[in-house]
Design a protein around this ligand. Sequence first.
Ligand code: GAL
Length: 837
Amino acid sequence: MRASQLLLVLLCFFSSYAPSSFCANVTYDHRALVIDGKRRVLISGSIHYPRSTPEMWPDLIQKSKDGGLDVIETYVFWNLHEPVQGQYNFEGRGDLVRFVKAVAAAGLYVHLRIGPYACAEWNYGGFPLWLHFIPGIQFRTDNEPFKSEMKRFTAKIVDMMKQENLYASQGGPIILSQVENEYGNIEAAYGPAAKSYVNWAASMATSLDTGVPWVMCQQEDAPDPIINTCNGFYCDQFEPNSKAKPKMWTESYPGWLLTFGDALPHRPVEDLAFAVARFFQRGGTFQNYYMYHGGTNFGRTAGGPFVSSSYDYDAPIDEYGIIRQPKWGHLKDVHKAIKLCEKALIATDPIITSLGSNTEAAVYKTGAVCAAFLANIATSDATVIFSGNSYHLPAWSVSILPDCKNVVLNTAKIDSASMISSFTAVSLKEEVGSLNDPGSGWSWISEPIGISKADSFSKFGLLEQINTTADRSDYLWYSLSINLDAGTQTLLHIKSLGHALHAFINGKLVGSRTGNHAKPNVNVDIPIKLVSGKNTIDLLSLTVGLQNYGAFFDTWGAGITGPVILKGLKNGTTLDLSSLQWTYQVGLKGEDLGLSNGSSGQWNSKSTLPINQPLTWYKTSFVAPSGSNPVAIDFTGMGKGEAWVNGQSIGRYWPTYVSPKGGCTHSCNYRGSYLPSKCLKNCGKPTQTLYHVPRSWLKPHSNTLVLFEESGGNPMKISFATKQIESICSHISESHPPPVDSWNSNRESGRKVGSVLSLECPYPNQVISSIKFASFGTPYGTCGNFKHGPCRSNKSLSIVQKACIGSRNCRIELSINSFGDPCKGVAKSLAVEASCA
Ligand code: GAL
């Protein structure tokens, strides 16, 4: 033991942090993380603290715990914590210590991915922009200026955690840390220096003596003792780089990220559950959902380019903090089923055998303990013989047998309730009086077109945008005044690295163009009318979140790097404007004036409200929607911009960016390998119309909403929406295994519990208030749309009502003893839709 480790252990005994906690010794071996000498099977989920509010954290963490998680994972976001070199911010949504303590308070562990490169669809991958301007710096390679900053920040975070006694070795919740992130994916591009960088990062991390193991994800050559881990939609085939390291999965995707201009990714839970079970089947012992709660990219934190403000991720807990059913519930059952096998999983390695084509058994057996996983990796059903018994395996599924004999769960059979949630439109109630405006309740300020700030400057040639703005703003003006001989059919040709631009000629918007996530560049010919003599060309170029992934992503660049050409001037001549003297303005006048918090005195409310006017700031004061349901603003009717509620930015809004028409399917078949393009929703519709406003940012009255609208919209069309759960549903067949929960009691009592339908209201203060549908027999359809089949028991409704009404949860056994048998010899099921109040 090194002296510093000894110190940690000593500290541990004197730790004041959590009196009930004890210091844990975390190590690992080839099977698992070992906590206090015991191998552990751990289920983890990502919640990124700045993507929700401190007020939301305890509830999100509790829902994670209820969903069967043992660990909460988060990145640490360098640019949030050190926006200016040497000036730190750990306040509000950046209160990392508070977050880690909230996880500890719920009794869960923490995996702290310090990076400090995060990726994470976070602006610039989490790097502060000032880093880019350090002389001689090269990111993520064997470069002294970079390494020294990376070490300084990593050590700063580790020290902060140590000071608060947050490492497990000190009695805290942190059992694991990550350095770098998926460097292996791009390592080759960095040549031989990459290897020395990886080795340096590994020894830098270990030298910080956290007392807990470090991981590097997607890093085949992670040097000992760092554990290399897997990220992906499936990680069952992954093997760590040493026989002494456990098989760990740091990013298991429940869905995928959303980008403006694209359709909404959806991953069916049957496939996700299959992937998770396959991982544990083939020797895995640690699995993390990326994301378990995705949340919101508030402010300008979205990476990109073009990452949307919603970071919902189709995660088990939705953006608003509501459990997503049946995803959350089915995974909860999967976690329980896996935990029933924990004894066997940690005792030995699996023996894997083929049961026929595309079917496979894994058996963990030693002494009296035995657990088995039976997988069908084909896209059609199969029946297999295992240990002398016959098992039906639905296509693309895993059956889990905690005693090597009885199936406790099949990943394709969902026991969990599903849910219909919906948004109710609530009109925006302006507080007219507060603005002295008898009309609309809105006031406004026009943002000047072109150069208006004193700090503008002139340069010959076209400048790259990120090097010019240092990301202080999304906006950079490129302006030029020039004497011309006007032609009749002039084209303004602009080539830009992206991400979007608006072109103004003589103070009029003549055209706008945008790139997208796959192709951020803009290359455009805009027909324009010039006057003979002096003309002003004002080009507003904008970024929509800085690149966060890829080799050398930090140097990709944006903005109008040219050429900019006028085609078809008088006599058909062409004029290249690229190397002329342009005047530049970083950011908007309104940004400098601090209009976003609404307090500036120059708001105009007397004359008619400008509608569909580009570059307009709008402000209103409003009454918060009543109740406690989550709140969103529906920006339909607006173009593109950013919005602030009581001075807090809720993110970039862009309801006019519509996804391509094609690519969605009506039905989504979970069978077969998943890709984000497989089960897309929302094709041909706006990527995002609803934007989350955390309840804690609202007061009952006198809330200020400020918008900066770039392209033009009608703020009178803005409304609020609140999200609520309309119905809970479940549909269980007689062939469903009994609930995972009844496994132990079934075995102890020897009584065979049949299939059970269970329902539970999502909130603790609710009870089931009505049964909208109940049918035992051959019902069909989906939640909200169930129909009776040809066979039905006429007692269905009364039995379900009796069992459920007035209770928070209820369980109904599918038994012909109670329901009677409406159709002998036919496979029956029970479908129920209920509402809670
Ligand atoms: C991974 C990365 C994550 C996140 C994810 C996509 O490559 O490690 O940080 O960006 O992709 O959501």
